[in-house]
Design a protein. Structure first.
Length: 125
């Protein structure tokens, strides 16, 4: 006796995943909401795209949601320059109108005007 299978039903109206809209663009200067650093956005992930180890190292009480944009920043504080990975909920626009002093900026961006950087032509998609 052969087994009869019901025809497979295809959901013609699947629910779309929520769309997270990025508030900041490449070249924008931002500052962290809780910590004393600022930086320029050089890449955006639509949702969290780092390691679980990195994520779990953040204290649970301040750990951001993964379902939001995360930004790669050329960052600076009073002591150093570095690359930071920050959730959208923890960033604010930087209204100082001051350039960011990070050594990698010259290789990635051209000028600084009106509070933002222009991406070099060779880095555009």
């Amino acid at each position: 006796m052969t087994e009869q299978r019901a025809p497979t039903q295809i959901d013609t109206n699947p629910a779309a995943p929520p769309i997270a809209h990025a508030r900041f663009s490449i070249g924008d200067v931002v500052r962290h909401r809780m910590f004393d650093f600022r930086g320029v956005v050089f890449d955006v992930d639509p949702v969290f795209a780092n390691s679980d180890e990195w994520y779990e190292a953040i204290p649970e009480s301040i750990r951001p949601r993964k379902d939001q944009p995360f930004y790669h920043l050329l960052a600076e504080n009073m002591e150093s320059s570095y690359v930071a990975y920050v959730s959208q909920q923890n960033l604010l626009p930087d209204d100082s109108d001051e350039p960011v002093e990070h050594p990698a900026i010259r290789g990635m961006f051209t000028g600084f005007a009106e509070g933002r950087y222009a991406l070099r032509r060779e880095h555009r998609h």
